[in-house]
Ligand binder design. Sequence first.
Ligand SMILES: Nc1nc2c(ncn2[C@@H]2O[C@H](COP(=O)(O)OP(=O)(O)OP(=O)(O)O)[C@@H](O)[C@H]2O)c(=O)[nH]1
Length: 510
Amino acid sequence: MTESSSDKLIEVLRKAVSRTSMLAEGNDPELDSVVRQIRQVITKGAGAQEILDVLNDAEPLLIKSDEAQLKRAKYVRKALQSLIDLLEKQSNKTVPQAEKKELEAQIRSSWQSPAQWPELLKGFLSLSQNTFDQSSDDTNQTKNSFFKRLLKQDSSSEEQSDDKEIMSQISHTLAGLINNLQLPTHYDDDIVDLRKALLGNNNLQQLPELLDEVINFVMVAIGKTQESLTNYLNQLNKQLASINVSVSTSYNSQKSLSESREGFNTKLQTQVADTSKAMQGVNDLDSLKNLIEDRLSTISSTMSEYKTDMQEQEKQATQSITLLKNKVTRMEKDSTSLRSLLQEKLALAMTDSLTDLPNRTAYQDKVMPLCKAMQNAKKSLCLAVCDIDHFKKVNDTWGHLAGDKVLRLVPKQIRMALLKEDMIYRYGGEEFVIVFQNTTAAQAFERCEAVRRAVEKTPFNMQGKPVSISVSIGIAELNSTEDSEALFSRADKQLYIAKESGRNRVMIEK
Ligand SMILES: Nc1nc2c(ncn2[C@@H]2O[C@H](COP(=O)(O)OP(=O)(O)OP(=O)(O)O)[C@@H](O)[C@H]2O)c(=O)[nH]1
């Protein structure tokens, strides 16, 4: 195997290991044991078939774990939205609208990434604090000020019972959220305590402190995933180290071969020098003959000693080269089947199972380098964020399965209205991202308008009745310095404007 192909194999393995560990993130006990088995099999350097067998065993569990992860993410998203709604429900307080919209946009773009959950919770913490602070700054609302009422206890009993009701709802949502986290069992008691504190508390003033605790647990849940990924990579490194040992053994036997050759040369030269020195002191022919015979036999036994030595060493070298060759051949064979298996797994991890579109992971893998490449080549690229309007209403009216059907049909309409080279990703929920390469803002706008019209015109059949669905789209064109995240956030801002201006429209920066 050449150095570059072994580098490639290592790269593929590393990528696969990272993806598989992410898939295995749920860590239910059954799955944990299979993942451990995979690691053991890889560490002991097993053959492709054995690795294939354990991976096949793991597959249904990995899929189950992936689904559980998505369910948890959906729960978190819903919980955060209901927390925001609860804040809004308080008639005597004003939720800062710009901050609220920004937080909702942040939730929309990062709810699927557990690593972002603490940030989202912190966002909610800041929104609730600003809501209360804003209310107390407002002179017209002085009497209703939340903190004033809590601290000075001058509120009416009706307002206090309002606060209790809100706190109880927030507490239930947060308790549900921590219940959905996957934490190591030694945190069980702490979780029970936090749940008790949440459910037994009706004092809104303690909300920031309790939210901080919830954020800490979310961080622990994420840390666990990283720890398991680190362990997995360590196991892989051990296997690579064993190949290194074989290579250095072979190098050492080469080294000792050349050392004994040098030793033989020195010995031979000394014997020849000794002979010529001894000959100088000999005067009669017989003694000379004896001396030469004696010296020749010494030299001959040195040579046969050397020959035996060389033969033994050559035998050992041949054996170790054969062993190494077999090992490399076996690894090459394994790597071919592993590579295709891993490619299959990678493709699966990059595809959204409902729509068959590339998912958000695929988007992130592709778009960041693509933006850089287009900037270097000074070519234009546009990004559109497309969101189905009032999709919650579809779910609420026709059921979740009907919602899923719409989610499958809308991207088909989008695809038909676009060019072959335009790429569509399911970014999350009812949100899709379209990437237009070598396309100006005006051309992207035209294509998105075609998408909007196509979806608007399609009658979606719900329980025998035609139902209209529409989409709102925000577009941004890549500038020469920004990264893909900044580009996305500009497009998302336009989407927000499209929603605010009545939906079923396409917006682009002027
Ligand atoms: N059926 C189904 N629903 C989903 C899926 N993913 C997200 N949703 C739902 O999509 C809905 C999104 O609702 P919101 O973000 O409030 O937005 P909306 O109702 O589309 O309203 P606007 O975006 O403001 O027009 C939520 O009710 C989610 O539960 C899914 O895979 N299947």
